[in-house]
Design a protein around this ligand. Structure first.
Ligand code: ADP
Ligand code: ASP
Ligand code: MG
Length: 422
């Protein structure tokens, strides 16, 4: 049986007809290598942003259902055009949207998770020798409603398809040459990683390294799908492999730095200091499908017997969060202020090498302090430390952290085998 390779082309890789021709060539080359090929595409260029902008011009609160109806159209254009480009080169190809295949998702608009993918049609068309082009980012519920997977979700469509088809590998073609130690647009001297573990990549993606949609890494890890990030425009570069295996020896405490500008901080002031309050608050948000990231609860003030709970949510979820909290006021018995701050950013350092190495956190805090950057919240996991800072400080913070942990490409050689004292 032939091996199946799933390829995914992001918006910039199909931004115009020349780029679509280039993507077609890459798909054909893989077919010529003797493999079966399934290609997942995003909407062309900034189409999705443009559609969002138009919706917002018409309505301050467009309904989630209609947003999904609207945004799912972008990918419909690119699958047909890419298929035509492949056919024009003399190869047999066919495009399908998520409804035609049966990419089944939960009944949640704008951030649905894939539950199942029907593979019959895909297998039949592969057996007929066709290159298959599939619309990323979209799905369908069992009652026929169109859903989308969240911004950047085509990566997740590709990995889920690779897993459903038992593919040999999933190649994510994008506008950079792989996964770097930080966003190369912020730090041009960032180093490209040859490989990175699922766990580190998952943390980096959650921390805002939007080169991969976090759920694509989660799915790849869960189903053990070998994942590769590489450039659409320089296919000589083998890119970055994301794999289950850790490096035998980890020389550096930190593998990468990321920033996330899409979060907002909410502070719920003067909530009663008694059992069950946090549970009620966060289960209400979970019920509304709002994901919470960093959480801090202040020490209870003995005089008033209340405390403050601060947390972060996605900027898009701020209105929903505030109305959910307002609706809880009488039930929980609080009447304090609900403060929101949209001008914050989360900066994070990630690295399996920080386990059991004391001093990494203090190095991070010192580097930020040296730049006069104030830290508003801190959260940690085994392989990640995140600090909330002012949005205007985000790039400065990323540069300082990339520098202090010696991640620049011209430093890599020095650091290998010569661990900095941390
Ligand atoms: P696509 O349209 O192909 O899905 P994205 O814009 O979603 O592309 O993701 C690629 C972008 O991710 C890059 O252009 C880069 O600016 C950004 N990025 C952020 N962090 C990283 C990182 N650590 N490594 C590589 N790229 C990163
Ligand atoms: N077109 C969608 C977006 O811009 C999905 C994707 O590109 O992955 O978010
Ligand atoms: Mg993307």
């Amino acid at each position: 049986m032939k091996k199946i390779i799933v390829q995914k082309f992001g918006g910039t890789s199909v931004a115009d007809t020349e780029k679509i021709k280039n993507a077609a060539k890459i798909a054909i080359k893989e077919k010529e290598n003797g493999n079966d090929v399934v290609v997942v595409v995003s909407a062309m260029g900034h189409t999705t942003d443009f559609l969002v902008k138009m919706a917002k011009e018409l309505s301050s609160h467009p309904s989630d259902r209609e947003m999904d109806m609207l945004l799912s159209t972008g990918e419909g254009v690119s699958i047909a055009l890419l298929t035509m480009a492949i056919q024009a080169q003399g190869y047999d190809a066919v495009s399908f949207n998520a409804m035609q295949i049966g990419i089944m998702t939960e009944k949640i608009h704008s951030k649905a998770r894939i539950i199942d993918i029907h593979t019959e049609k895909l297998r039949k068309n592969l057996n007929e020798g066709k290159i298959i082009v599939v619309a990323g980012f979209q799905g369908i519920t069992e009652d026929g409603e169109i859903t989308t997977l969240g911004r950047g979700g085509s990566d997740t469509s590709a990995v889920a398809l690779a897993s459903a088809l038992n593919a040999e590998r999933c190649d994510i073609y994008t506008d950079v040459e792989g996964v770097y130690t930080t966003d190369p647009r912020i730090v041009p001297k960032a180093s490209k990683l040859k490989s990175v573990s699922y766990d580190e990549m998952l943390e980096l993606a959650h921390a805002g390294a939007n080169v991969l949609h976090p759920r694509s890494v989660e799915t790849a890890k869960h189903y053990n799908v070998p994942l590769r990030v590489r450039s659409s425009f320089n296919t000589d570069n083998e890119g970055t492999l994301i794999l289950g295996v850790e490096k035998m020896e980890i020389y550096k405490p930190v593998t990468g730095v990321a920033s996330d500008l899409s979060q907002a901080r909410i502070v719920v002031c003067d909530v009663p200091d008694k059992p069950g309050v946090a549970a009620k608050l966060f289960s209400k948000l979970a019920h509304e499908n709002i994901s919470v990231d960093m959480i801090i609860q202040s020490y209870a003030r003995k005089v008033s017997n209340t405390n403050d709970i601060a947390f972060t949510v996605n900027l898009d979820d701020v209105p929903g969060t505030v109305s959910a909290l307002e609706s809880l006021k009488s039930e929980i018995g609080f009447n304090g202020e609900i403060q929101t701050n949209n001008d914050i950013a989360k900066v994070s350092i990630v690295g399996a090498g920080m386990i059991d190495r004391p001093g990494v956190a203090s190095m991070m805090f010192e580097a930020l302090a040296e730049q006069g950057i104030n830290i508003k919240m801190i959260s940690t996991s085994e392989i990640k430390i995140s600090c909330l800072v002012d949005k205007s400080d985000a790039d400065k913070a990323v540069k300082a952290l990339h520098n202090v942990f010696e991640l620049a490409c011209d430093k890599t050689a020095e650091v290998k085998g010569d661990l900095p004292d941390v």
